[in-house]
Design a protein around this ligand. Structure first.
Ligand SMILES: Nc1nc2c(ncn2[C@@H]2O[C@H](COP(=O)(O)OP(=O)(O)OP(=O)(O)O)[C@@H](O)[C@H]2O)c(=O)[nH]1
Ligand SMILES: [Mg+2]
Length: 198
């Protein structure tokens, strides 16, 4: 039996969250995807560094009007993929808000040590507005989170980014396994919903 890990995609509407999930899980891309309403999830089994895991990828609606439909699903996430679009500077500026929203609703006690992965999507787009240097600075200020520039359209770095999410979670779990013997850590209860919703 493989471990079930929950990762959640957050970021502004239109940055490509659904496209990244679809690329990773089904290896398809749709250039006229309709915006997401609420949340959806897909499972994918994979092997990372010899460990078999089932990744449960939760894709959320980025548009502000769907806020109350997405926030109840943040709890129990093992990793959060903070996503923006490289051709949309505003979507990068909003990463702070996304991190705050996640931290609040997922009830994360120590955000700088929570496994986030930052994704700058639409690397293929011609009009780049966000420099890699600015993103790396943001990541540095926010606990040294890893950063990937991706394209759901041509599949650049998509698998790599999801695999990094798994690595980050497994690295934390190893530490927790080690600490639990000393009785110093209180492992959070994980919820494993078994149906798609909204
Ligand atoms: N050129 C390019 N277009 C992309 C890429 N990823 C997504 N798109 C396009 O951008 C638009 C929005 O993509 P979605 O995946 O629906 O964005 P989203 O983040 O899920 O948006 P919401 O569901 O509203 O939060 C779609 O028309 C996609 O085809 C990419 O890597 N490159
Ligand atoms: Mg979507």
């Amino acid at each position: 039996m493989s471990t079930l890990l929950k990762v959640i995609l957050l970021g502004d509407g239109g940055v490509g969250k659904s496209s990244l999930m679809n690329r990773f899980v089904t290896n398809k891309f749709d250039s006229h995807l309709f915006h997401t309403i609420g949340v959806e999830f897909l499972n994918k089994e994979l092997e990372v560094d010899g460990q078999h895991v089932t990744l449960q990828i939760w894709d959320t609606a980025g548009q502000e009007r769907f806020r109350s439909l997405r926030t109840p699903f943040y709890r129990g996430s093992d990793c959060c993929l903070l996503t923006f679009s490289l051709d949309d500077g505003q979507s990068f500026s909003n990463l702070d808000n996304w991190k705050k929203e996640f931290t609040y609703y997922a009830d994360v006690k120590d955000p700088d040590n929570f496994p986030f992965v930052v994704l700058g999507n639409k690397l293929d787009a011609p009009e780049r507005q966000v420099s890699g240097e600015d993103v790396r600075q943001w990541c540095h200020k926010n606990g040294g989170q890893p950063y990937f520039e991706t394209s759901a359209k041509d599949a650049t770095n998509v698998a790599l980014a999801f695999e990094e999410a798994v690595r980050r979670i497994l690295a934390l779990d190893d530490r927790a396994d080690h600490l639990i013997h000393n009785n110093t850590v209180d492992l959070e209860k994980k919820t494993h919903p078994d149906s798609s919703c909204c």
